[in-house]
Every structure is written in structure tokens, then in C-alpha cells.
Design a protein around this ligand. Structure first.
Ligand code: ADP
Length: 302
């Protein structure tokens, strides 16, 4: 469950200053939003996926729905909201340098707990399901989804991204989370500072103190660490020719949720997730870069 956006990217020689106009390349259009990225990633990795979310009743909404269907994602719980615009990310990329992103959440911000209740009624989560959540939709809905999933006995995986300005607002939500996935900056944001002498494993252990039974911190090219009640794992990154980090975190979260749902042990699931994240960096774009199950299997046996 989560956000669906259309990403519109233009590359420019240099970013415009306020009041200035610069010309750039032709626009590149791609499906995005953390929710949809993770849904598509999980489907490519072999999971059976139902997406829950909102788009607008506009051409971008049609295109996003068609894209999900083409990837094999069940869209029965993705509603096209009349009188709302599809979420849009306006991305200006300075060739070889910095980006600016202006986000228009549109329909994503209309996903309140009441709408969520209507959407989930058609297919409520069951005890063998995994509910994968991020923070690009209103927090009360993420909380309601986590609570409903917990009540149903489903596994709740939260990718706490983007982190709210006041991370303390996540306290209630974290009590319903089985598996928390954060990157280094999100881990520091939640704990109020960088790790000490006990490193990222120590930080992961402290994050368990906020509620989740299992905590995974992703470390970019360095891989990930994972901690649960009995185990502490360090998984080195897979050496790849990284081109574009966009989509790595989404591929990681999707494969972690998928592998755990398939019954894999934490260490094996984190290893597969690192392989999926590494592969996503080898291609440009968000959804276009997401790997398949066969590609992950091939990297693991290389
Ligand atoms: P985010 O994109 O959310 O900040 P990370 O940068 O930590 O997340 O990347 C997520 C995962 O993707 C990492 O745990 C790692 O397994 C993989 N990954 C990311 N960048 C690289 C890289 N340069 N080389 C190999 N693997 C990578």
C-alpha cells in the first residue's frame, strides 16, 4: 500500500535560479512513487501482489494503472479518484550533478483511513499475507493499515521513508511493525544521531527498542545489517557497476518482504534483498531498473 506517482524528468545544463527559465532535454516520463515501485518490484521478483492506493481520474492515472496491470499487479484496490490529480514528481536533473524534485502528492494525499477502509474491504489481509508500507501517504492511513494487518495476523513491513520531520510521530505506528527497513540517514533521524562504537548493528538493536521485532538498516554499496530477537547479521553489498541508485531501496524492501513471506530466514532474505538492490543500481530510472527473480538468482549463484 502506498503512493503512485508519474515522474517527469528533464535534464538541463544547469538548474534555473528563482525567476529564471532554462531549456532542457525532451521530458522522460516514468512510473514512480515508493508504493508503486515496491509493488512492481515485488511482482517482478515473483510475489503475488495487490496494490492499495489512489490515482487521479486523468491520463496519468490511466497510464499508471495500465502499467501495474502489465506487471501482473492486481489493481482492484487502486481507485481513480474523480476531481483529483494523479501524484506527480517534477524532476530537474543537472547533467552529471544535482537534482531538484518538486512533488505534487495529488490523489496520494486523499488516501485517508475511511477511503483505505473501503479499498481494503474487497480483499482484507489474511494471516499468510505481508503488508508492505512506506510513508508517502497520510500517516493515519499507514497506522490504520498496520493495525488492521496486525489484527489479521499478517506480517507488517514498514520502509520508514521519507522520514517525517518529527520522527516521534511514528511512535504509535512502530508498535505495529514486524520488520522495519531504513537507510542510514533514516536510522540516524529516528535515533537522533550517528552510530557509536557498536556501529550500525548497535543502531539496529536500538531501533528494535522502538517496537519492531526485526530491524534492517541498508548501507548503500556496503550492503545491510539486520537484527531480530536472536540474530545479528552483517550482509556485505554485491559488487556491481552502479549507475543510478534510484530504485535500490524499493527493490531491497520488495525482495525482503517477498522472501520473508516465502518463509526464508532473516539472513537469507537480507542476502536476496541486497542482490535485488544492487541490480537496481545497474540501470537508470525507478521502475525500469527493477530486477526480476531470475536476475537475483543469477547474481546469487555467480
Ligand atoms: P536508499 O536508496 O533507500 O537510500 P540504499 O542506498 O541503502 O537505500 O540501498 C539499498 C540497498 O541497495 C543496499 O542495502 C544495497 O544492498 C543495495 N545497493 C545500493 N547501492 C549499491 C551499490 N552502489 N552497490 C551495490 N549495492 C547497492
Amino acid at each position: 500500500m502506498g503512493s503512485l506517482n508519474m515522474d517527469l524528468s528533464v535534464t538541463v545544463g544547469r538548474l534555473p535560479r528563482p525567476g529564471e527559465t532554462v531549456s532542457g532535454t525532451d521530458v522522460v516520463r516514468g512510473a514512480g512513487g515508493k508504493g508503486a515501485n515496491q509493488a512492481v518490484a515485488a511482482a517482478r521478483l515473483g510475489a503475488r501482489v495487490r496494490m492499495v492506493g489512489l490515482v487521479g481520474a486523468d491520463a496519468y492515472g490511466d497510464e499508471l494503472l495500465d502499467g501495474l496491470t502489465a506487471e501482473g499487479v492486481d489493481t482492484a484496490a487502486v481507485r481513480q479518484l474523480p476531481h483529483a490529480a494523479t501524484g506527480l514528481a517534477l524532476i530537474v536533473v543537472q547533467g552529471g550533478g544535482e537534482n531538484t524534485i518538486t512533488l505534487s502528492p495529488g490523489a496520494n494525499h486523499r488516501l485517508d483511513p475511511e477511503v483505505l477502509g473501503e479499498l481494503s474491504r474487497t480483499a482484507p489481509p489474511g494471516p499468510s499475507d505481508t503488508v508492505l508500507l512506506q510513508l508517502e501517504i497520510p500517516l493515519p492511513s499507514v497506522l490504520a493499515a498496520a493495525r488492521a494487518a496486525r489484527t489479521a495476523g499478517a506480517r507488517v513491513v514498514l520502509n520508514a521513508a521519507p522520514l517525517p520531520r518529527q520522527p516521534s510521530v511514528l511512535a504509535d505506528l512502530l508498535a505495529y511493525v514486524d520488520v522495519l527497513v531504513v537507510n542510514e540517514s533514516e536510522a540516524q533521524g529516528l535515533l537522533g544521531g550517528p552510530p557509536g562504537p557498536d556501529g550500525w548493528l548497535g543502531h539496529a538493536g536500538r531501533l528494535r527498542g522502538l517496537g519492531p521485532g526485526t530491524v534492517v538498516i541498508t548501507l548503500g554499496a556496503a550492503g545491510a545489517v539486520a537484527v531480530d530477537g536472536t540474530h545479528r547479521h552483517t550482509q556485505p553489498g554485491f559488487p556491481v557497476e552502479a549507475l543510478d541508485a534510484v530504485g535500490a531501496g524499493d527493490a531491497f524492501c520488495a525482495e525482503l518482504a517477498h522472501a520473508l513471506g516465502d518463509g526464508a530466514a532473516l539472513q537469507a532474505a537480507v542476502r536476496r534483498a541486497c542482490a535485488a538492490g544492487a541490480l537496481a543500481t545497474t540501470r537508470p530510472g525507478a521502475q525500469a531498473a527493477l530486477p526480476t527473480r531470475a536476475e537475483v538468482d543469477a547474481l546469487l549463484t555467480r
